[in-house]
Ligand binder design. Structure first.
Ligand code: SAM
Length: 277
């Protein structure tokens, strides 16, 4: 039974970090003409109405994307993300795009997208969003199992986004097991794993378990709203990137530093090599 709905959280500060990272990763892949495949294990509905009962109930968008859109002097990496969302919102006012839509806007004719979403209503929305886009295939399947079966891509270039809701506590260690299988099949791919800090111990255990798999070259990026992880709710959000582009640590690190000093003050940021190359 899936109770998590991303409509409550679309465009919140975790989406800001996740989607700015996504833009930087796809821009990097698109530097070469060679095709790539974008895989997503937990795709969501793909597009979110900010006037919906879900979005207005939490108001998380206001603390997230809206607070960034009001700011000035953004670092290039964040400005690029904000401009992309602005363009999207000009053609689709009052909505915030999910990661599959952001990826589809950056992917080229030669690229492909393979998206999984298990929730029946959200998977139908996702499929209808991309019904006319021949580059995209959507699957209403378990994202881990399906994406493992699709790896490696024939073109040998790809990005796998893993963005679970961590609804059940077992998700943290399930992710580690499934990630190992993916990397075994496609060791040279880029992997982007989103994680929340709700229960600090559980998150650290998952990150340690990933470090202990033997997978190399992992960077860790994190933005905390507070240093006190005993406070209720999601106190920090992070991305783990396997095989990152060589520029990512500096560009995304600069963005996190800026967010931490200009928008989300009172917390912390980090951008470091979590596992060596
Ligand atoms: N990646 C999306 C974005 O950034 O726009 C948000 C995804 S949301 C955090 C997580 C999604 O995973 C939910 O829509 C949930 O229904 C879905 N989900 C949960 N378990 C799943 C599974 N085993 N396979 C595929 N999707 C799943």
């Amino acid at each position: 039974m899936l109770s998590y709905r991303h409509a409550f959280h679309a465009g919140n500060y975790a989406d800001v970090i996740k989607h700015a990272t996504l833009v930087a990763l796809i821009d990097y892949l698109a530097l070469k003409d060679k095709p790539f495949v974008y895989y997503e294990t937990h795709a969501g509905a793909g597009n979110y109405d900010l006037a919906s009962a879900e979005a207005t109930k939490t108001g998380e968008y206001q603390q997230g994307f809206a607070s960034l859109a009001r700011a000035s002097g953004l670092p290039d990496c964040l400005q690029r993300y904000v401009s992309l969302i602005d363009t999207c919102q000009q053609s689709n006012p009052g909505h915030y795009p999910g990661s599959p839509r952001i990826a589809s806007l950056l992917a080229r004719q030669q690229d492909q997208l393979r998206l999984c979403e298990l929730h029946s209503a959200d998977s139908q929305k996702l499929a209808s969003l991309f019904s006319r886009d021949k580059r995209v295939q959507c699957f209403a399947h378990d994202g881990y199992e399906k994406i493992i079966s699709l790896l490696p891509p024939a073109c040998r270039r790809g990005l796998v986004m893993i963005d679970p809701s961590y609804e059940v506590k077992t998700e943290y260690l399930l992710l580690v097991r499934q990630l190992e299988k993916m990397v075994r099949r496609f060791a040279t791919g880029i992997y982007a794993i989103w994680y929340p800090v709700v229960d600090e111990r559980r998150t650290e255990d998952m990150l340690d378990a990933i470090a202990n798999t033997g997978i190399k070259n992992i960077q860790r990026f994190e933005l905390g709203l507070t240093r006190d992880h005993q406070q209720p709710g999601m106190t920090a959000t992070g991305m783990l990137i396997i095989n990152p582009p060589w520029t990512l640590k500096d560009t995304l690190g600069e963005s996190l530093r800026w967010l931490s000093t200009q928008v989300y003050t009172g917390g912390y940021w980090r951008a470091d090599q979590w596992v060596d190359e």
